[in-house]
Design a binder for this molecule. Structure first.
Ligand SMILES: [Zn+2]
Ligand SMILES: [Zn+2]
Length: 253
């Protein structure tokens, strides 16, 4: 029996509110951990120092709501290493192209026990047999990478921030996924331009056209009722949930 545990750490943007944090998901597989985006506030839901062990952190793009807590994680790795409680560096994956000197500022941090790796369309790495690949759909305001985690049992896609500009390519990337963790920044009532951020309605269409098993919505506006996103996505796709901080989702096969 193979198992992947997904814990939402942050589900709103662009600021924290109450017990909700900026974007982040913890994926656990064979006692190894992947954090997908490291938004403001997510470290309060991690267990230290145990979650630093065998930790891979993926930053999908250089918008501050997606890496606001990375400095805290880096400093924790430094301190726990100095205390003798962390013997292996954490791995931090970052888009190869620097934007606004954000990458330079992250990787030049000396008070961190970490190694850095580049992300682009051709990069991939393995967590045991779980293959992690990336694709920029060219539909956010800056370069932003979707992440695919796949082995013979599972296919999980995290869209990160994305719009509908290149929708057919997005459907291809998500084809037959067991789970799509999809941003839904907007509701239709916002009358927003969904070319660089999706509505929950769009997310439902994506899950349906991709023939996905399940859709998990995230990246909500802090002041909106999450149930509205759920209702909107349900018009197009039935098996949908809204991400809630700490509410685990377990995939088994
Ligand atoms: Zn963004
Ligand atoms: Zn964002």
């Amino acid at each position: 029996m193979s198992k992947i545990i997904i814990t939402p750490l942050g589900t709103i943007s662009p600021y924290t509110k109450g017990n909700m944090n900026c974007p982040g998901f913890l994926v656990e597989y064979n006692n190894k951990k992947i954090i997908l985006d490291c938004g403001n506030g997510i470290t309060r839901l991690l267990n230290f120092p145990s979650d630093l062990k065998d930790l891979n952190v993926i930053i999908t793009h250089y918008h501050k709501d997606h890496f606001g807590d990375l400095g805290a994680l880096q400093y924790a790795s430094y301190v726990y290493h100095n205390l003798g409680l962390l013997d292996k560096k954490i791995k931090i994956y970052l888009p190869k192209n620097d934007i606004g000197f954000n990458k330079a500022s992250i990787t030049s941090n000396n008070e961190s026990y970490s190694d850095y790796y580049d992300i682009d369309n051709s990069c991939s790495f393995l967590i045991d047999d779980l293959d992690i690949t990336f694709e920029d759909n060219n539909s956010h305001t800056i370069e932003s990478y979707m992440v695919k985690l796949q082995n013979e049992n599972f296919k999980i896609v995290y869209t990160s921030d994305i719009g509908t500009t290149n929708f057919s390519k997005l459907v291809d990337f998500c084809k037959d996924a067991d789970l799509i963790i999809c941003e839904s920044s907007f509701l239709q009532k916002h009358n927003a331009n969904s070319k660089t951020h999706m509505t929950a309605y769009d997310a439902g269409i994506l899950a349906s056209k991709s023939n996905a098993q399940k859709l998990l919505l995230t990246h909500f506006w802090p002041e909106e009722d999450k149930r509205l996103y759920l209702e909107e996505a349900k018009q197009n796709f039935k098996n949908v949930e809204v991400a809630e901080e700490s509410k685990k989702l377990i995939l088994r096969r």
